[in-house]
Design a protein around this ligand. Sequence first.
Ligand SMILES: Nc1ncnc2c1ncn2[C@@H]1O[C@H](COP(=O)(O)OP(=O)(O)OP(=O)(O)O)[C@@H](O)[C@H]1O
Ligand code: NI
Length: 384
Amino acid sequence: MSEPLLRVENLKTQFFTEAGTVRAVDGISFTVEKGEIVGLVGESGAGKSVASMSLLRLVEDPGEIVAGEITYKGETIFAVEEGPDGELRERDDVLSEEEIRRQIRGNEIAVIFQDPMESLNPVFTVGGQLREFIELNRDLSKDEAREEAIDMLREVGIPDPEQRYDEYPHEFSGGMRQRVLIAMALACEPSLIIADEPTTALDVTVEGQIIELVRDLQEKYGTSFIWVTHDMGVVAEICDRVNVMYLGEIVEQAPVDELFYDTKHPYTQALLNSMPRPDQTAEELEPIEGMMPEAISPPAGCRFHPRCPDAREVCQRVHPDARTVGQAGDYPHRAACVIHDTFDVGYDESVPLETAPQAGTPSPDDAGSGDVPEIREDGGDTHE
Ligand SMILES: Nc1ncnc2c1ncn2[C@@H]1O[C@H](COP(=O)(O)OP(=O)(O)OP(=O)(O)O)[C@@H](O)[C@H]1O
Ligand code: NI
């Protein structure tokens, strides 16, 4: 395969707070090909937004990208190397702040956030803001930019764009405002749009409409997307390939159908089980046990083990990096779980941990560490 549009390798972003170092993004690797919609999915606090912002080098204080490499169209957005004194330093080919601002942000990689009101100024008309943005970024006259702005509003499905051009953001519904942001993101014809939970605040019907719009636009313009969401339903609707994040790591990575039908990580499975489905009643939903711990003190071993129904003693000790556990067309299916044979760390022989106590059975306070449960060799436990 040729070089992907975006390549992220072993990216680490940390926040240096008084309480300690928050390992918000802790060594993630993924690619985005031209014209693809790639999902970043996981619960709140997984590191999805920090990862997204890192791609544009927009990490806020006290955060910093501390390791890894980000390349976009052959340009280096971030990279470090070891200097002569053994210290890590920025590599020479890294784009300057000025270059990132002028060439990359908005023009090449645009962002759409969850809350359009944060991106739209309430005191200016919607059309005026879009026009000004186009004027500034595309070297068009005021009149040309106005025409273009109206065209863009029409393109994203705003009815009567000439009239709505002169309205203020508060006169638009949430869905319509999100359409305006999509128009703004598309205005500079970027190759990549990062959409951070753009439909989360919308009701399901409007969400569906926005997703349909994005799919149409994506087909028409061939724009690539990174789609950030906690919702597996949205992932199923829109993504080509998916990265499942847990506590700063990508625990599973696969094309979308493969991820759904041949799930390789218990966390992904838990996310899928907790997803409402039309054939289920509310009682049949299985919310994921427990809460995701703080990224400041992640559990030892596999970070998901305290909540994992398949956890065994070995999971407390071995921290699995994602490995190839299958193949889906051109792409490897990667998972970070020692349940798979490639890890060969003695999962099968290891003692199961009681992480999810059954109703009715008394739950020991310190499940799994005090009383050593009996070893059960249930050979059929291959998890496929
Ligand atoms: N400015 C900051 N200072 C300190 N810690 C931060 C800061 N921003 C984010 N974090 C921490 O980084 C981790 C990842 O946060 P992030 O916002 O990327 O999660 P997320 O997956 O986008 O969650 P959500 O679905 O809630 O948006 C969290 O533990 C968060 O508390
Ligand atoms: Ni977020």
